[in-house]
Design a protein around this ligand. Structure first.
Ligand code: HXC
Length: 257
């Protein structure tokens, strides 16, 4: 598949997807969403253990395409918001871990995309924020929901009401970002982290992701029950990865998933 606005590269079991629209700071429009949908539903993601998402040039993603939105009717705007949500849900629901390698500006819809990923690594020089209130807008790709679940309502309100970007260090302090990197090392550090994660049981990683994501939508009692059930299921006879992991530990060797 040829893409206009995406680049994909595989390094061993790690996939690196770059948003490639640097002249518009990788701003998200309907074309970009079409290509992202194509990619996320393709078998490229079936053949990797960890996906990294990053941006070409000086930005990660500077948000939704403001020029394109200028022409929108209420129906267009609603549809755009729904389309973006569907794409970001595809990312959030992938069975493999997804790391956002935030190489530069992650603003508005760009930060919302990073929030749909499982882990965020950021360049110390990156700026992150939700500037929608400067435009008379609100976050429209589930940022109003994902951010408070990640960092609590107070920190989320702070970012959404402030409307100006914060430094990567501040984002790290708030828990928006999990790891800071020197600017030229952000991708390399993300690949290292992905490499470590790629060595773990794929089945366990899938379940960790599912428990956290599904659990956030449920009451904690029901979520706890769901966890017990899945934990129990890991001890069925056909659960080869659990068997291999435990045997490898007891035999003092590396597991082979
Ligand atoms: C369209 C954009 C863009 C955007 C930048 N560009 N951001 N185009 N949509 N979101 C374009 C600029 O118009 C410019 O094009 C080129 O990219 C380079 O940007 P500059 O502004 O010249 O770069 P710089 O001076 O370095 O400033 C970088 C910046 C600034 C601080 C990131 O570009 C900026 O504030 N961008 C907008 C950020 C924003 O408000 N994002 C939220 C959007 S709303 P030309 O043609 O002039 O070279 C949103 C809502 C999501 O995301 C929900 C929707 C449902």
């Amino acid at each position: 598949m040829m893409y206009n606005y995406l680049k994909f590269e595989k390094r061993d079991e790690i996939g690196i997807l770059s948003l490639d629209r640097p002249k518009a700071l990788n701003a998200l429009n309907e074309e970009v969403f079409k290509e992202l949908t194509c990619f996320l539903e393709s078998n490229d993601v079936e053949n990797i253990r960890v996906l990294i998402i990053t941006g070409e040039g000086k930005a990660f993603i500077a948000g939704a395409d403001i020029k394109a939105m200028q022409e929108y009717s209420p129906q267009n705007a609603y549809d755009f918001s729904e389309t973006g949500k569907r794409v970001f849900d595809l990312i959030a629901n992938l069975e493999i871990p997804v790391i956002a390698a935030i190489n530069g500006f992650a603003l508005g819809g760009g930060l919302e995309l990073a929030l749909a990923c499982d882990i965020r690594v950021a360049s110390e020089k990156a700026r992150l924020g939700l500037p929608e209130v400067n435009l008379g807008l609100i976050p429209g790709f589930n940022g109003t929901q994902r951010l408070p679940r990640l960092v609590g309502a107070g920190n989320a309100m702070y970012l959404m009401m402030l409307g100006e970007g914060i430094t990567a260090q501040e984002a790290y302090n708030l828990g928006v970002v999990q790891k800071l990197s020197e600017p030229e090392l952000v991708l390399e550090d993300s690949i290292k982290l992905a490499g470590k994660i790629a060595g773990k049981s794929p089945n366990a990683l899938r379940l960790v992701k599912e428990m956290v994501r599904e659990g956030l939508e449920m009451g904690s009692k029901d979520a706890g029950k769901m966890e017990s059930k899945e934990f129990g299921r890991l001890f069925k006879e056909d659960q080869k990865e659990r068997e291999e992991g435990v045997n490898a530990f007891l035999e003092k060797r590396q597991p082979n998933w």
